[in-house]
Design a protein around this ligand. Structure first.
Ligand SMILES: NC(=O)c1ccc[n+]([C@@H]2O[C@H](COP(=O)([O-])OP(=O)(O)OC[C@H]3O[C@@H](n4cnc5c(N)ncnc54)[C@H](OP(=O)(O)O)[C@@H]3O)[C@@H](O)[C@H]2O)c1
Length: 287
């Protein structure tokens, strides 16, 4: 299969590259393809003639998105439509990623794909709108909603920002204490695991909308305690609430995603988040 990955130097893009090596792979980081530029997207299609486009590009600094809605909608809504139009015209498939932030977080059990989205933030609205435009434009699409991603490209080595795991390790070591919200519940998900599952779905030609995360759930404070415990960092984790934290963007409190539709396809569920975290920390030589 000829597969083109956009936003390829990001966390998920990087792990997809190492997972899909047995395909004819084209990887285009932001510096080589801005998916917001329609002419550049068309040029890439002419040059590489992909059977499948995997769009991992996004603008997801959730608090910044509140201040820059135009940029947010440009990258997360309009740009996926560019890709969807190009895919539709060439009969290619589009794999696109979305987020737990499309939900309002008022549920008390995991969200299924049938549950009604009700995003609380500019980011959430932009991602939901991106989903809608992909569905409306390109019948051959796979939309994957996921949560709490961390992967090796978020380790700071590429000069980019740190993912949550790396940030907590840094702050825990430097300050000896961190204050973390204890009322936002989600599933931390390793991009290495997500990439493997997405590769299988691509190879099996699955289309539609799927929730894919590691198994289990926790709050960000519990996630942080687990990171510190495994790495052996003796730092205090002070729990706080989303209301006290008062960040610019509103966030869903409970946004665990039900993976049942994925399980109906067969194959094992993604492993528990604690096991995936352990592997990540080992691969980063923290253990
Ligand atoms: N991270 C999470 O916790 C999380 C949770 C749920 C869902 N998701 C979704 O999962 C997907 C992958 O996330 P991730 O964590 O792998 O993101 P990431 O590490 O930030 O990677 C995103 C990549 O997109 C690139 N990009 C930004 N604007 C672009 C543009 N206009 N054209 C082309 N590339 C562009 C970025 O490049 P530059 O940095 O050079 O701009 C970056 O390399 C996204 O759709 C995200 O919304 C993420």
């Amino acid at each position: 299969m000829r597969i083109l990955i956009t936003g390829s130097s990001g966390q998920l893009g990087t792990d997809l590259q190492t997972t899909l090596t047995h395909h004819e792979l084209t990887v285009l980081p932001h510096s080589q393809l801005d998916i917001g530029e329609r002419a550049s997207v068309d040029e890439a299609f002419s040059a590489y003639r992909p059977d499948v486009v995997i769009n991992t590009a996004a603008y997801h600094k959730v608090d910044e998105c509140e201040a820059f809605p135009e940029k947010t909608f440009s990258v997360n809504t309009v740009a996926p439509r560019n890709l969807a139009e190009a895919c539709d015209s060439k009969s290619a498939k589009l794999v696109h990623f979305s987020t737990n932030f499309v939900f309002d977080g008022n549920a008390d059990q995991p969200y299924t794909e049938e549950d009604s989205p009700a995003p609380l933030s500019v980011y959430g609205v932009s991602k939901l709108s991106g989903e809608h435009l992909v569905r409306a434009t390109s019948p051959k699409h796979l939309i994957v909603r996921t949560t709490g991603l961390y992967g090796k490209a978020g380790s700071g080595s590429a000069g980019k920002g740190l993912n949550f795991v790396e940030l907590m390790i840094k702050l825990g070591r430097e300050r000896g204490k961190v204050t973390v919200v204890d009322d936002q519940i989600m599933t931390p998900t390793a991009t290495a695991d997500l990439a493997q599952k997405v590769a299988t779905l691509v190879e099996d030609d699955v289309i539609g909308t799927y929730h894919i995360t590691n198994s289990g759930a926790c709050s960000y404070a519990e996630f942080t305690r687990s990171i510190f415990e495994k790495v052996g960092i003796k730092a205090d984790v002070t729990p706080t609430t989303t209301a006290e934290y008062n960040s610019p963007a509103r966030r869903p409190l409970y946004s665990v995603l039900d993976n049942s539709r994925l399980h109906e396809l067969g194959g094992p569920p993604l492993r528990l988040w604690e096991e995936a975290l352990q592997d990540y920390l080992e691969s980063r030589c923290y253990l």
